[in-house]
Design a protein around this ligand. Structure first.
Ligand SMILES: Nc1nc2c(ncn2[C@@H]2O[C@H](COP(=O)(O)OP(=O)(O)OP(=O)(O)O)[C@@H](O)[C@H]2O)c(=O)[nH]1
Ligand SMILES: [Mg+2]
Length: 411
């Protein structure tokens, strides 16, 4: 294809070769389905998936030199415009690979940041993404700089090409990070005032948490008849939406929040930047942990969510597991009972099975919530119930069904 042809083609969809490196980790996705979905969501068309087996990452190229050559030939053959790795690459590895292959090379972290940047709608969301991207960039600049410094003969050697520009970029990024941090801190204050208001109003708060694409927004919409954005995309939701949910059986209202989904290896910078949004989950009285029961990877996804919850200090909040999408399960995997308990970390956690799409099981979920509300209110007489008291409450509700076996496939 000549340069001219390329120039007049209206915005061709960039195509990407996906690469996963199997280090023998249990959660490795051999099909690279999640990476493909991430790529599609970011606007890249996957044209080939390559899995490379290795014991350790190569320090310079992440994969072996021979594999890099293969990758290059493959990318050329497909006319691919980029390469995307399922793992995080170091700045040096990324740079070396780009030099060897002659195409832009991205990693999982970059894709996730890119999607977050495309999705962010609210002022706060945009600031949070900006902070995460600046941080990602700053580590790359710092390392590139020290790399140049080493080339020049180590610390003490001053001046030389590139240094001034990099120093300048670094300072500018540092200042930008500070500016964004300050603005976020202000917003955080506003948020906590709103939260205190809610607490004063004695409304228990419930947050939907779960792996991205599990169906949190669909469930939120089904419960509160709202129109939160639900789509077959990763990270469709980035901002927190809160609505009142009136529970007839308990004769009281709760506040229900839909928020950002989690993913394996959520870049640390994003967890930090999205702290204000995730804070919504930390401050909840109950977490509705939504699981895509139809996804073969759901046990790993569940673990990943638990891990992020721990990271943000929300591991102690009582949970109600909501296994969603049962309409897509084959007959042999259908649960025998729509309510039971599941063991997680040595604790029996109550679980309901639902389909946010067909509405199956939603009455059972409302009942479980109403039961929790009554216990939440009854346990302490005031609204200042602590987590433990509520935890016993919701577990009590689940224990009533503890004997009911769920589907083997879903245990
Ligand atoms: N078959 C089936 N699909 C569902 C169900 N609930 C949600 N989905 C689909 O799953 C996809 C993701 O749904 P969302 O509600 O956007 O999921 P989410 O957890 O909010 O995702 P993020 O905001 O991206 O983290 C959409 O295509 C939904 O239509 C369900 O009960 N059954
Ligand atoms: Mg959502």
């Amino acid at each position: 294809m000549s340069k001219n042809t390329f120039a007049i083609t209206p915005e061709p969809t960039p195509t990407a070769v996906l690469v996963g490196v199997d280090f023998g980790e249990a959660h490795f996705d051999h099909e690279l389905d999640e990476l493909a979905q991430l790529a599609l969501t970011a606007g890249l068309q996957p044209c080939e998936r390559v899995v490379v087996k290795r014991k350790f990452p190569d320090a310079a190229l992440f994969i072996g030199k021979g594999k890099v050559e293969e990758l290059k030939a493959l990318a050329l053959g497909h006319g691919a415009s980029e390469i995307v790795f399922d793992q995080a690459l170091s700045p040096a590895q990324q740079r070396n690979l780009e030099r060897e292959i002659g195409l832009p090379v991205y990693d999982r972290t970059f894709l996730i940041l890119e999607i977050f940047a495309q999705r962010a709608r609210s002022h706060e969301g945009k600031l949070q993404v900006e902070l995460a991207r600046l941080q990602y960039l700053s580590t790359r600049l710092v390392r590139r700089w020290s790399h140049l410094e080493r080339q020049r003969g180590g610390i003490g050697a001053r001046g030389g090409p590139g240094e001034t520009q990099i120093e300048l970029d670094r300072r500018m990024i540092g200042e930008a990070i500070k500016r964004v941090r300050d603005r976020l801190a202000k917003l955080k204050k506003q948020r906590s005032t709103q939260r205190r208001q809610r607490q004063r109003n004695q409304v228990p708060s419930i947050s939907l948490v779960g792996y991205t694409n599990a169906g949190k927004s669909s469930l939120f919409n089904a419960l509160v008849k709202a129109r939160s954005y639900a789509a077959d995309q990763l990270f469709a939701t980035l901002d927190t939406t809160t609505r009142q949910l009136y529970l007839q059986e308990a004769g009281m209202a709760v506040s229900l929040s839909d928020t950002v989904g989690f993913i394996r290896d959520l870049p640390h910078g994003l967890v930090e930047a999205f702290q204000a949004t995730l804070q919504e989950a930390v401050d909840a009285d109950l977490l509705l942990h939504v699981v895509d029961a139809a996804n073969a990877q759901f046990p790993e996804q569940l673990q990943q969510v638990q891990q992020v919850l721990e990271e943000i200090g929300a591991a102690q909040i009582p949970q109600l597991l909501v296994f969603n999408k049962i309409d897509s399960l084959p007959p042999e995997r259908q649960p025998r009972s729509l309510r039971d308990t599941m063991e997680m970390g040595g604790v029996q956690v109550p679980r309901v099975f639902i389909s946010a799409q067909t509405g199956q099981g939603l009455d059972g979920l409302r009942q479980a919530l109403a039961q929790w509300c009554l216990q939440y209110r009854g346990d302490d007489g005031s609204s200042e119930a602590d987590g433990r008291a509520s935890e016993e409450g919701i577990q009590g509700a689940g224990d009533a069904q503890a004997g009911a076996p769920g589907s083997d496939a879903l245990q």
